[in-house]
Design a protein around this ligand. Structure first.
Ligand code: F6P
Length: 320
């Protein structure tokens, strides 16, 4: 490859900028020209593409969001859209594309690869819902945001001897809830991967209060429903529980990336460039047990991420 492009797509995540910086600087180090695509696949279809140099990615490693901006693009899901995108890249002499995003973004990259553009995917999403990588870029920062919020909630909840329901993001994946729940000592973690019974949850909360607990945190992953509904159901069973509800929402997608996310993004960005130089294509880059790996995008998209049951059971045991 001689010229590559980079885009960020789908929901943004903290660390996308660090990945963009790594791609640009690594490519230039290896004598490759780099182009940025503004606003994801939509920007590609609009030919919104510009040349990037070493300085264009200065002072961004610490910033949340993405300087390339992101969008969800329906037109790119059609064959015509994909063909148009491939043609625009070819006209500019761009033969490689690095896509930072989640599942949907990976599918777009696979389509472009079938049309002759060499592609690499980087896992950029707070949800940690991508297989063949232990972590996605942004997940660690999102978990930190949730834990920080729960620390604050605990202060006021224990003063008033109240319980608190905290709704967190994750789409269909409970990892944010699980990791933040264990780290913050939540009593209950409701996630899509594990069935639950609200009668048991309510009974346990009441017993805990009777046995001297001064507050109680219930984390609800958005994949199981709304925090408000869980709080209403608990109150219906025992009016004395009366939890307060906090929906953390898009705050979880903002803020400066943690060093973990910056380093993950930097390693993966550089790795994707090196893979393209080797002539590889249609791969999703990830890190498994600390090692960088590249897996066929189709395989990654088709495989459901492993769920860490051992961690869930530990959270249960420690939350009595
Ligand atoms: O995929 C990231 C994510 O933040 C999910 O956790 C959430 O379900 C979704 O995106 C929210 O999407 P939007 O930003 O379009 O509201």
């Amino acid at each position: 490859v001689k010229k590559i492009a980079i885009l960020t797509s789908g929901g943004d995540s903290q660390g996308m900028n660090a990945a963009v910086r790594a791609v640009v600087r690594s490519a230039i180090f290896h004598g490759i020209e780099v182009y940025g695509v503004q606003r994801g696949y939509q920007g590609l279809l609009n030919n919104d593409i510009f040349s990037m140099d070493i300085r264009s990615v200065g002072d961004i490693i610490q910033r949340g969001g993405t300087i390339l901006q992101s969008a969800r693009c329906l037109e790119f899901k059609t064959l015509e859209g994909q063909q148009k995108g491939a043609a625009i890249l070819r006209e500019r002499g761009i033969d490689g594309l690095i896509v930072i995003g989640g599942d949907g973004s990976y599918q777009g990259a696979a389509k472009l690869s079938a049309l002759g553009i060499k592609t690499m995917g980087l896992p950029g999403t707070i949800d940690n819902d991508i297989s063949f990588t232990d972590y996605t870029i942004g997940f660690d920062t999102a978990v930190n945001v949730v834990v920080d919020a729960i620390n604050k909630l605990r202060d006021t909840m224990s003063s008033h001897e109240r319980s608190s329901v905290v709704e967190v993001m994750g789409r269909h994946c409970g990892d944010i809830a699980l990791h933040a729940g264990l780290a913050s000592g939540a009593e209950t973690i409701l996630i899509p991967e594990v069935p639950y019974d609200l009668n048991e949850v309510a009974d346990r909360m009441r017993q805990n209060f009777e046995h001297g607990k001064r507050h109680s945190i219930v984390i609800v992953s958005e994949g199981v429903g709304r925090g408000e509904d869980v709080a209403d159901a608990l109150k219906e069973r025992y009016p004395s529980i009366d939890p307060r509800v906090t929906v953390l929402g898009h705050i979880q997608r903002g803020g400066s990336p943690t060093p973990f996310d910056r380093n993950l993004a930097s390693r993966l960005g550089d790795f994707a460039v090196r893979k393209l130089i080797e002539g590889d294509s249609n791969k999703a880059c990830g890190v498994i047990n600390g090692q960088l790996v590249a897996t066929d995008i189709e395989k990654v998209v088709k495989t459901k991420k492993d769920f860490n049951m051992e961690m869930y059971e530990l959270a249960q045991r420690l939350s009595q």
